[in-house]
Design a binder for this molecule. Sequence first.
Ligand SMILES: [Zn+2]
Length: 459
Amino acid sequence: MTIRNGLIILILPLLCFLLPLAAGAKGVTGTDLTTTNNLSRSRIQVCKVNVKDAASKRTVSQRIGDSKSAAGQTLGDAIGSSGPPQALVTDLRYWSNPDYTRIVITLDREVTFTPHKLRCDNQVSLPERIYIDFAGARIAPGVKDVSIGDGLLKSARVGQYRPDVVRVVLDIENIRDYKIFPLSDPFRIVIDVKGERKTEISRLEDTIQAPRSEPVPAKEPVRFERENTGNKFKPAKIRRIVVDPGHGGHDPGAMGADGLREKDIVLSIGLKLARQLKEQLGVDVVMTRSTDVFIPLEERTAIANKVNADLFLSIHANASLNKSASGIETYYLNLTKSDKAARVAARENNTSLEKVGLLQNILFDLMANYKINDSARLADNVQKSLHGKLDKKFGGIKNLGVKQGPFYVLVGATMPSILVETAFVSNDHDAELLTDNDYQEATAAGILEGVRGYIKELH
Ligand SMILES: [Zn+2]
């Protein structure tokens, strides 16, 4: 400890950019987040987050990491050269949405993290701020502070607070509440911040996307522009639809026999759906991906919010350990008590059942502005017409119905949004259908008819 403290005393004056971060640590005048931040402790595994609720305050205990996994790295181990290799903070991004701002901090492996909230400190002119410490981590080259200025947050700053601790500080302008949630593969922390903006978000259009600090595949949404559709059906209220083929890139999704991959099936169906929606409904269609690239879950809804989409359709294929399981089901975002739905959500969230439970704990707050009734109606229309069309054409298709579940890809969507499980890649008969071009076209047509039915109900 003495050696480390001595190092910090030597390093701090030399690295002036660390001073605001250091001042932040001194300026603790009150915390909404109770955390274990004592470096003398050998293990930091649990952080307790006091979450503000509209009606009352309640405490959510987040168990972060797993002592049996790489995440079980201890602070004691991380300090000193003999410890395991340090994690790298590889990316710091944000999205400003009408209802909230989302910050995502990505690392190359799972680490323990401890969030804190500090009130403003007038003595050293520091605003109210949230900071998160990442134990056993260093900053990758190119990761820089970002200026946000969207009415909720002023900026997000990243610094090497100690040789083995990265600190990310969010300078608050005016927020009411925030939620923190970890996601896997790559490991990342998502912070959704809510509040009343004094500035109209539409005026901030140019600053919505923070520059990426790491080279990544091109991720610009592919837009199918509306054509002159003559006398074709013209919806009054639905002008732009986001089609979201699940998974992609290093994430194959569910795997079936003979190398069948969910990511390929749903991309093929998604492209057909995009074309049909454009041609038959005359709407703009934006795809979250139109090639085999990885798009993080939290970015998919961010794309939909950014382009002001009116509907969000996430396309997936199901899987089960029970090889006889087959059929079609459609989900919308909500808490669930069903083990089956929780398992589907765990798979689609790329996480464990335990973390689905954690998401359920904070989901109620994350869903404050979610269009739950509209999403349920959309899911109902799509499920009915999709099953009806496929059963009529192919026969023997099981209708598993409309269900609710904690799907992270739908969290933060500000428009009606659903997740369609088209069929089971784990079932031999379903898998054969899923690879059939006619079945894929009919699946796209069934979803389109459901969207059409939903739009008609709006009139
Ligand atoms: Zn999926």
